[in-house]
Design a protein. Structure first.
Lengths: 284, 250
């Protein structure tokens, strides 16, 4: 066993730890670089704004973009109010009893279910049992259930970070509990809740498995009319064009990936800016 | 001499551990009742029982009765009770909003003031009362979190006055304040007793002797003695009281 001097071992461990941290940047840079290098040539206004042509080898990916946007929008409309209400109940009202513990256990477990299982579940419940068919709404509901634990957890930690003394000050003035939540706690917690919501949107935009059986279509020759329509979706479209279609131009595949990546990154950036903005406005 | 608050055989527990033992005490209308005693003597529990802030603590339980103007406080609505019994905490806690909003917050929620113009007048009146108006009249829209500690405490007093309570509970209101701010708050308390009934819990024995009309001495959850402040400080009946006020312990 070689015994290093304290100084040397300090340098060595510093280098090792620093290297590990830098390693985290590498995949991000590589992914972005690779996708831009191979896909940038496909990006054009026409690519973003027209229908696919020639068995999807040419034309644009507009229906897939709109499909993903509409599914994600519907999903967050459902999951955000439910999740925030649940978080308020758990954080502000729930007593530490059997029911609360069961709810918390359920949330933890919900977060651990693999996404493809959500897909199957959504297919069984929304598509078959509720007869919604393979549609935007069925996919959105599936995604919203999948995202519920994340929204609840982030909203709870946002509520929890509001100092308890604010609640006491408000309650001591004879203001009711709900008014205290509505006028003191929620305004202070909204930045955290919003950031969590935006990151959730980013995350579910890229999900493939849950919409695989519930919303996504191989090809739809028109844009979605209503929430009961089957749609094309970016992640699923990407999977199809990279595996199911022979002689697919490579730049179209990477171009599609580029669009999906940009959608997700843009939303993450919005989340970061929102956080900075609200932190500046925060008064404590 | 009308009893504003009457406490009968009140015992309080946290996790079944007794922190306040069969307390009988009354608070007379328009007096300042000082409550002194070392740490863990049950002073704060006493206040948090009267304004029912302890309702939210699941480990807390109690026996006995407390009456406000003859109404059992555990029978009336807790929110209504807290509107009648205002509280000032040891640390000033401004709400994360502007100075103006801090004062109008509760009256608005409780529906005490109807018109915007009434709000302006009310803000000016309570801030003047708390002798804070001259310092903040040009920056009512500024965040209350940016004021100094003494200003914050006076803002909190103004905020309590805005809901026009009958009783005001002061829980060591000067523990974080400098001597000048302390003097201002004490002066204010003496002014306030003309309109309100005041309970002042304090760690500062001298403060109780300066401000209160009657003083109660708590020790280990028990009321040892209560008497006119002049009498209690000059010739206490109990040995423990004498030891405490002369600084032999606590």
């Amino acid at each position: 066993m070689i015994k290093l001097s304290p100084k040397l071992s300090q340098k060595f461990s510093y280098a090792l730890l620093c290297f590990a941290a830098i390693l985290a940047i590498a995949p991000v840079l590589l992914i972005v670089f690779m996708i831009i290098k191979n896909g940038a040539s496909a990006i054009s206004w026409e690519f973003l704004s027209s229908m696919p042509k020639d068995g999807m080898r040419g034309g644009g990916i507009l229906p897939a973009i709109l499909g993903t946007l509409s599914i994600v929008l519907c999903a967050i409309t459902v999951t955000l109010p439910v999740g925030v209400c649940a978080a308020i109940y758990l954080n502000e009202y729930a007593k530490d009893n059997m029911l609360t513990r069961i709810i918390k256990l359920a949330i933890v477990n919900l977060a651990g279910v693999p996404s493809v299982v959500y897909g199957l579940f959504g297919f069984g419940i929304f598509v078959m049992f509720l007869k919604l068919g393979v549609s935007i709404i069925a996919g959105a509901l599936t995604l919203s259930i999948m995202e519920l634990p994340v929204i609840i957890t982030t909203a709870r930690s946002a509520l929890n970070s509001v100092p308890y003394s604010f609640r006491e000050a408000s309650l001591s003035l004879g203001v009711s509990r709900w008014q205290t939540i509505r006028h003191v706690v929620l305004p202070s917690a909204i930045p955290g809740i919003l950031t969590g919501a935006i990151l959730s949107i980013a995350r579910i935009s890229g999900e493939t498995a849950p919409i695989l059986f519930t919303a996504a279509a191989f090809y739809v020759p028109h844009l979605p009319y209503s929430i009961f329509d089957q749609v094309m979706a970016l992640p699923y479209h990407l999977y199809i064009i990279s595996t199911q279609i022979p002689n697919m131009p490579k730049n179209v595949i990477y171009g599609t990936a580029f669009v999906l990546l940009m959608m997700v990154l843009t939303m993450s950036c919005v989340a970061i800016f929102a956080r900075v903005y609200f932190r500046k406005r925060r008064k404590w | 001499m009308v009893d504003k608050i009457k406490i009968e055989n009140l015992s309080c527990y946290y996790n079944k551990k007794c922190v306040l033992d069969s307390l009988d005490l009354n608070v007379v209308e328009n007096e300042i009742l000082g409550v002194i005693g070392p740490a863990n003597s049950g002073k704060t529990t006493f206040l948090r029982t009267i304004n029912r802030m302890n309702d939210f603590d699941v480990t807390y339980s109690r026996k006995g009765n407390v009456y406000l103007d003859g109404d059992d406080i555990f029978d009336i609505d807790a929110e209504n009770l807290r509107r009648r019994v205002g509280t000032l905490f040891a640390m000033p806690i401004p709400l994360p909003m502007s100075i103006y909003d801090n004062i109008t917050y509760a009256p608005k929620r409780l529906g005490l003031v109807a018109k915007k113009s009434d709000l302006d007048g009310m803000v000016e009146r309570v801030l003047k009362y708390a002798s804070l108006w001259d310092e903040v009249k040009d920056r009512l829209d500024a965040s209350a979190m940016k004021m100094s500690g003494g200003q914050q405490q006076r803002l909190c007093i103004a905020r309590v006055l805005a809901i026009n309570p009958e009783v005001i509970l002061f829980d060591e209101p000067c523990s974080g304040l400098d001597p000048i701010s302390t003097a201002k708050v004490e002066e204010l308390m003496i002014e306030l007793k003309e309109k309100y009934t005041i309970v002042l819990v304090t760690n500062n024995v001298k403060q109780a002797s300066r401000v209160s009309d009657r003083t109660a001495f708590f020790l280990m959850g028990k009321l040892i003695e209560v008497d006119k402040t002049g009498k209690l400080f000059v010739s206490p009946k109990e040995k423990e009281t004498e030891d405490y006020i002369t600084g032999r312990f606590g």
